[in-house]
Design a protein around this ligand. Structure first.
Ligand code: HEC
Ligand code: HEC
Length: 378
């Protein structure tokens, strides 16, 4: 089935990319971590499956749940789970008829503006699992199994799936599942998991006369654009980064036209964030300029310098620290060494030549040499 093949391929690709970024030690000798102990695995292994495997034994009444709800949940979700102040309301929008069909009719109504959690969720096990692992928001994993049963019983009673005198337990939760309003409303096994199945979507792949350029139809109103500062600056510093400067007016034009500028800007914010994250202890160049040591390491890696050089030991070529010592404070050392790296040569340290690096830019070579002349700070 294509998904698995694709995943395996992506995983392989990621491994390869990491291998390229950190070649010398990462590939053959990880030397990292240790096997998790059974107790550690047990602490993580709390999932409750749709077939209720993993569900702890226990029970709770609607009434107990109501008290707990008021104390621990209502402040965010409202007394009747109707509040939309944090996320969409949890309960509402389902009917007696939905419980019979197992499909929430209003989900496909164009006039239904709010989609509550109970309208969408297909399995009661998801609610049990989620409350148990993630709620209350401020104190996750603090509820005992009996408390989860109770508070879930209360939510189910608000949705009129169970009566007010109901006691929910591990032995009757499967019967409750038979009344979940949207239990048949999501398709999973058929489309997504069968090798010869078709994807779970109504779209058909376009094979002729397809759109040449994609036009973005939605946009952010001007007043909202800068409400939270510059988004690009707030991107995570790991992973692929994309972002526009939201302090500037919106870009116009196709993605193909604006893409390069967006990428360049996002890359600049990433470099700045990396430099900031790396600023302590600050590495100072000979002229007092702050050196981006992380960038130097990346350049040394990308240009395979580390195949022949190390920071403090001689390999094929001299150590970076020795190079620094030899040329520190010498007139023209920076320019000479940049030229030497680019054109290669021998004689300064022995008979073994350094190969030329004709594709190395002046700026990149300068940064690496400046770093060596500053004593190769870490
Ligand atoms: C401090 C605020 C807060 C409190 C208190 C709180 N919640 Fe939540 N709850 C949230 C937020 C925020 C989300 C959405 C989280 C997300 O989407 O990642 C959420 C989501 C949920 C969901 C929906 C999960 C889904 O499928 O999207 C359920 C069910 C839920 N909470 C139940 C509870 C219960 C039960 C309690 C009390 C034991 C509780 N919450 C207490 C803030 C809170
Ligand atoms: C194939 C091995 C090899 C690679 C790859 C290599 N070097 Fe060298 N490097 C050497 C050798 C050998 C010397 C000593 C050359 C000599 O005696 O003049 C040297 C010398 C140097 C010197 C000192 C030159 C001098 O005149 O004293 C610098 C600076 C230097 N390398 C930087 C780099 C940088 C930066 C890279 C990556 C772009 C790099 N090297 C890649 C082998 C290598």
């Amino acid at each position: 089935m294509f998904t698995w093949t694709k995943r395996a391929f992506i995983a392989g690709g990621v491994g390869l990319a990491m291998g390229l970024a950190a070649p010398s030690w990462a590939l053959d000798d990880y030397g990292l971590g240790r096997a998790a102990t059974p107790v550690e695995v047990q602490a993580w292994d709390i999932d409750v499956r749709a077939d209720f495997k993993g569900l702890p034994k226990g029970s709770g009444t609607v009434e107990q749940g109501e008290n707990l709800w008021e104390a621990a949940c209502a402040s965010c979700h409202g007394s009747f789970a109707e509040s939309n102040s944090f996320i969409t309301p949890l309960i509402g929008g389902t009917t007696e008829e939905d419980m019979k069909t197992g499909r929430v009719a209003s989900l496909i109504s164009p006039t239904q503006s709010v989609r509550t959690i109970i309208m969408k969720v297909d399995s009661v096990s998801t609610l049990w699992d989620y409350i148990h692992r993630a709620m209350p928001w401020t104190d996750p994993k603090s509820l005992e199994p009996d408390e989860v049963y109770a508070v879930l019983a209360y939510l189910l009673s608000l949705a009129e799936i169970v009566d007010y005198d109901f006691t929910l337990s591990d032995s009757n939760i499967a019967e409750v599942q038979e009344r979940m309003p949207n239990r048949n409303g999501t398709m999973f096994w058929e489309g997504l998991w069968k090798v010869d199945g078709k994807p779970d979507t109504n779209n058909t792949a376009c094979m002729t006369d397809c759109l040449k350029t994609v036009e973005v139809k939605s946009e952010l109103p001007d007043f909202a654009r800068s409400a939270n500062g510059d988004w690009a600056e707030q991107m995570r510093i790991i992973g692929p980064v994309r972002g526009v400067n939201s302090l500037e007016p919106a870009l116009t034009g196709t993605v193909a036209e604006t893409g390069p500028a967006v990428r360049e800007y996002a890359r600049a914010t990433l470099d700045a964030a990396l430099a900031a994250a790396n600023a302590t202890p600050a590495a100072e160049g000979t002229d007092g300029k702050i050196l981006d040591t992380q960038k130097v390491q990346a350049l040394l890696t990308q240009n395979s310098c580390l195949a022949c050089h190390a920071r403090d030991t001689k390999l094929v070529g001299p150590s970076f620290i020795d190079i620094g010592k030899k040329y520190q404070g010498q007139e023209g050392a920076l320019d000479n060494l940049v030229a030497k790296v680019q054109t290669g040569g021998s004689g300064a340290w022995g008979v073994i030549p350094m190969p030329p690096h004709p594709n190395l830019s002046d700026a990149d070579a300068q940064l690496m040499i400046e770093w060596m002349l500053a004593g190769s700070p870490q």
